[in-house]
Write a protein that binds this ligand. Structure first.
Ligand code: FAD
Length: 291
């Protein structure tokens, strides 16, 4: 398919981009890596009148440590996130997650923030942003605003940005060095979107789990942070009994879709199996790193 015609504007500053987006009156689209946007334009699923390219704006291609948070700029590509030493040191679970993202060609162009904005419920970066208590930093001609991740992901491929806002960075938590993590994803082929995925972190203090985080993707309309599972594991030793209760709880709270890739029942079954593995990995790593 060929796209409908559109204008192209290469912004050289954040203000430039904000003004162009405001001038487009809701019909403009930001282009970052273009890996999701261009196929949608080619299929005419979206028909922007103008593409506003943020790739030439200086300073957005950085990952910076800010106290206990990492700031990931809007033009940081997937390969940069996967190989960055700050991420390796402070959020190794994110490094592991990145290895499941697409293929090298897509990773060379696709951006962390672009994926967050695209809000695919089976994509790794939205789930990791939710798991790591992320904040989305949005800019417009009205200035800057911070959006907590739970308020950002409002539906499948839907975010809570205003039409004239765009994202300049996403901030995420760093994790204490004694944190263990587990990341388990199942897809039909390496690099495909997940049928189901679990990401979890915890510390083990005095023989019990604490600071438990538990996220999932591929099993709902948005990425999920499952407080029920966190509360179930928190304060306990990770016994078979706890893991059984995790499986039972997931079966009752998850409402995945049936589609051409998998049935809802299969996704529910996968979720239980992946959760067991991921929680065990997190526990083992936390015991090793805390000891
Ligand atoms: P773009 O395509 O440029 O934009 C996507 C959308 O977000 C557009 O609506 C755009 O307007 C908006 N947008 C982008 N940046 C901003 C911004 N800063 N502010 C406001 N709006 C913005 N992803 C995964 O997570 N896991 C996978 O396994 C995976 N597999 C893939 C396989 C293939 C073959 C392809 C083509 C893509 C795959 N992807 C996967 C998607 C990939 O990660 C994309 O790069 C990502 O979803 C979008 O990032 P982008 O920078 O390319 O955004």
């Amino acid at each position: 398919m060929k796209p409908a015609s559109f204008d192209y504007f290469a912004a050289s500053t954040v203000d430039d981009a904000a003004e162009a987006l405001a001038a487009a009156g809701g019909d403009g689209k930001i282009i970052a890596g273009g890996q999701s946007l261009m196929p949608m334009i080619n299929f005419r699923l979206v028909k922007p009148t103008v593409l506003i390219d943020i790739n030439r704006i200086p300073g957005l291609d950085r990952i910076e440590l800010r106290g206990a948070r990492l700031k990931i700029g809007a033009t940081v590509r997937h390969y940069m996130t996967a190989t960055n030493s700050l991420i390796e040191q402070h959020v190794p679970i994110l490094r592991d997650a990145m290895h499941h993202v697409a293929h090298m060609t897509v990773r060379n162009r696709g951006t962390f923030c672009g994926s967050v904005c695209h809000a695919d419920p089976a994509a790794e970066m939205p789930m990791m942003t939710l798991l790591l208590d992320g904040t989305i930093i949005a800019s417009s001609i009205r200035g800057e605003r911070e959006i907590p991740a739970p308020e950002f992901f409002v539906g499948s491929l839907m975010n809570s940005l205003e039409p004239d806002e765009f994202v300049t960075a996403v901030e995420i938590d760093t994790l204490p060095s004694d944190t263990g993590w587990g990341f388990e994803e199942f897809s039909k082929r390496q690099g495909d979107f997940a049928l189901a995925c679990v990401a979890t972190t915890m510390r083990v203090v005095d023989g019990v789990a604490c600071d438990v985080r538990f996220g999932m993707m591929g099993v709902g309309e948005t990425p999920l942070r499952l407080v029920e599972i966190q509360e179930l594991v928190e304060g306990n030793k990770l016994s078979d009994e706890v893991l059984d209760r995790v499986g039972e709880t997931l079966s009752s709270v998850l409402t995945p879709n049936t589609d051409i890739h998998a049935s809802a029942d299969y996704r529910r079954h996968l979720s239980g199996a992946l959760a067991r593995r991921a929680l065990r990995d997190a526990w083992t790593r936390a015991e090793t790193r805390g000891g």
